[in-house]
Design a protein around this ligand. Structure first.
Ligand code: HEC
Length: 205
């Protein structure tokens, strides 16, 4: 039992203490946080339909993609687009981001190869011409050892990352040894905008 404002029986080195009750506001905060934690736990961890930060993140990502792709239009998976679009610093950064989140785990930090082949040399297993890069990304290879991204990534994302992969060629990073056949160099294309832009559009920059 507390005896408010009366010193307790013990004393050490001349120091005595009161046995005052914890104030009501303290109890309220404590109980409030317990109740809040319970409601939070039930809502976010036990309720399968509640929104999580991952859902918010996904929606934000989709909105951002829509915003970006409204700007870039519908890309075509043709030679010129694949060889040019990631040269643009902005789209190059987007393409690198797509590679980083989906491809690094198998193709290595910079495409030097890990589970999947080195993408920085001149030898390829499934690629003869530059547009084959898009085909492999879109449809996968080796019975799914290379997953098909056609169902997971927006077509523009597949083309952007194909472009990133095309531009990795020739970096010859130390990693997995070349696998497959050495193929002819990519054709030369100008550094102008991707092919969906009208032919007379002024060059960017
Ligand atoms: C689960 C592991 C895995 C992931 C993730 C992965 N790849 Fe692959 N990838 C492979 C394997 C394995 C191969 C080799 C297939 C074969 O042997 O024919 C390959 C082959 C390729 C090739 C053809 C290379 C060649 O020599 O023919 C390209 C291009 C490629 N991947 C691009 C990508 C891109 C871009 C991404 C991300 C969007 C990606 N990969 C994600 C495993 C992966």
């Amino acid at each position: 039992m507390s005896r408010a404002n009366e010193p307790m029986d013990h004393e050490y080195d001349g120091i005595q203490e009161f046995d005052n009750p914890t104030p009501a506001w303290w109890h309220l905060i404590f109980l409030g946080s317990v109740v809040f934690a319970f409601v939070y736990f039930v809502h976010y961890d036990l309720n399968p339909t509640s929104w999580t930060i991952h859902d918010h993140h996904r929606v934000a990502q989709v909105r951002e993609l829509q915003r970006m792709f409204a700007e870039i239009g519908t890309l075509k998976p043709d030679e010129r687009t694949i060889l040019t679009v990631a040269r643009d610093p902005k789209w190059g950064a987007v393409a690198e981001g797509i590679f980083a989140s989906n491809c690094r785990s198998c193709h290595g930090e910079n495409g030097e190869g890990l589970v999947g082949p080195n993408l920085t040399d001149d030898a390829y297993k499934n690629v003869k011409v530059v547009t084959d890069i898009f085909k492999v990304i879109n449809g996968g290879a080796a019975n799914g050892a290379m997953p098909a991204w056609g169902v997971r990534l927006h077509p523009n994302e597949q083309i952007l990352v194909a472009s990133y992969v095309a531009l990795l060629r020739g970096k010859r990073l130390t990693g997995l040894a070349p696998d497959g056949e050495v193929i002819a160099p990519w054709p030369e294309v100008g550094a102008d905008a991707p092919s969906e832009a009208p032919a007379d559009a002024p060059a960017e920059g």
